[in-house]
Design a protein around this ligand. Structure first.
Ligand SMILES: [Zn+2]
Ligand SMILES: [Zn+2]
Ligand SMILES: [Zn+2]
Length: 362
């Protein structure tokens, strides 16, 4: 990186999303407020009779969870989209009236799933073994295959919302998977840029970016034979991570064989442990996998490259959070610490979970 950028306010371009981020590194020279709290321990029980995700418990929709032993998947009792409803689309004709131009709508059908990572109420991904996380990966793969074969839907967004500050009130580790008849905004914007990049350069955007990051070694957080995790050049959230498959695979079904699944599980484990170690807390984030649509054109398939994003809100400690307000909502996203500074801090952290050391010494 040009050292000038360490000192001056500047904008960085996100070629994946197609937007700019304002970076203000000089502001980090303001007095640093260190961590105010001691390390948080795991005080949750392994089983909570009031939790709607724990084995054997009743959910608010009335269904009862089985006595599951590994991962457990079910259709969300309060899905955001419905599978069966009437079709709807605003008519747009050549002689369209203003309301069909300015007040458009289209119906969305879909199905939402919940995946409990494990029966344990008190285990997050950071607490789980590689083998346990591999079972989650297998569940994601099976779900992708199932909805591709058995539903008409276009896209599946797998995502995890973790922590109360992300609006997730239940600490029982789980993710969601929403399948929809449309391609949602974020993956659609990325896909459009990946297709354009491929046309212009005759190569894959993320393959090229991966090669650059491996060459420059300035933003790497973790790496194994299958995956590279970086704080991307264009990161918006202070400790944002982009995890890129080293092979140019298009969807998670192409993560074949036990070793490749384990490598996927391992990079998830490494990142979530480092995150928890950063402020010695259960680090909140939103995480999501981006991949090829369930149904798409050959061009859409070819331009894709499996990757996932961790978007965590914490800034300086377990309680000091970055807010997206003011200038960021009304003008442009902005950050203070540079992605290079964030990557160095995360890279230096241990891959042994701090809680385990606390419990060991107790
Ligand atoms: Zn639970
Ligand atoms: Zn690629
Ligand atoms: Zn993405």
């Amino acid at each position: 990186m040009n050292p000038v950028l360490d000192d001056i306010s500047h904008r960085r371009y996100n070629p994946l999303r197609g937007n700019w981020i304002l970076v203000s590194p000089h502001r980090t020279k303001r007095p640093w407020q260190g961590q105010e709290e001691g390390p948080s321990k795991n005080t949750l029980p392994e089983y909570d009779p009031k939790c709607y995700l724990c084995p054997r418990n009743k959910r608010s929709g009335g269904a009862q969870n089985p006595d599951y032993q590994e991962t457990y998947i079910f259709v969300n009792d309060f899905s955001a989209v419905k599978e069966d409803q009437v079709d709807y689309e605003t008519e747009t004709t050549a002689t369209a009236d203003k309301s069909s131009l300015l007040m458009r709508a289209e119906g969305v059908k879909g199905k939402c799933f919940v995946v409990c990572f494990s029966p344990a109420h008190n285990k997050t991904l950071a607490d789980m073994s590689i083998k346990e996380i591999s079972l989650v990966v297998e569940t994601w793969k099976n779900l992708y295959k199932d909805v591709q074969q058995n539903t008409p839907f276009r896209y599946i967004q797998i995502f995890e919302n973790k922590g109360e500050s992300m609006g997730c009130s239940n600490p029982h580790a789980h993710c969601q998977a929403w399948t929809t008849s449309h391609l949602p905004e974020e993956p659609a914007a990325e896909l459009k840029n990946m297709i354009e990049y491929r046309k212009k350069n005759n190569s894959c955007l993320l393959c090229d970016y991966l090669a650059l990051e491996l060459e420059k070694k300035e933003r790497i957080i973790a790496e194994n034979d299958g995956w590279l995790a970086v704080c991307p050049w264009w990161a918006f959230w202070p400790f944002e991570t982009l995890v890129i498959s080293k092979k140019c695979i298009k969807n998670i079904l192409e993560i074949e064989g036990e070793r490749d699944v384990d490598l996927f599980a391992e990079i998830i484990s490494t990142i979530t442990i480092k995150y928890d170690n950063l402020f010695e807390t259960k680090f909140p984030y939103s995480m999501g996998i981006h991949q090829a649509p369930l149904r798409g054109t050959d061009e859409e398939h070819a331009a894709n490259h499996v990757h996932f994003h961790f978007l965590p809100p914490l800034l300086r400690s377990a309680t000091v959070k970055k807010f997206q307000v003011g200038y960021e909502l009304l003008a442009e996203p902005q950050r203070d610490i540079t992605p290079e500074q964030a990557a160095r801090r995360l890279q230096a952290l241990s891959t042994e979970l701090y809680r385990n050391k606390l419990e060991g010494s107790a």
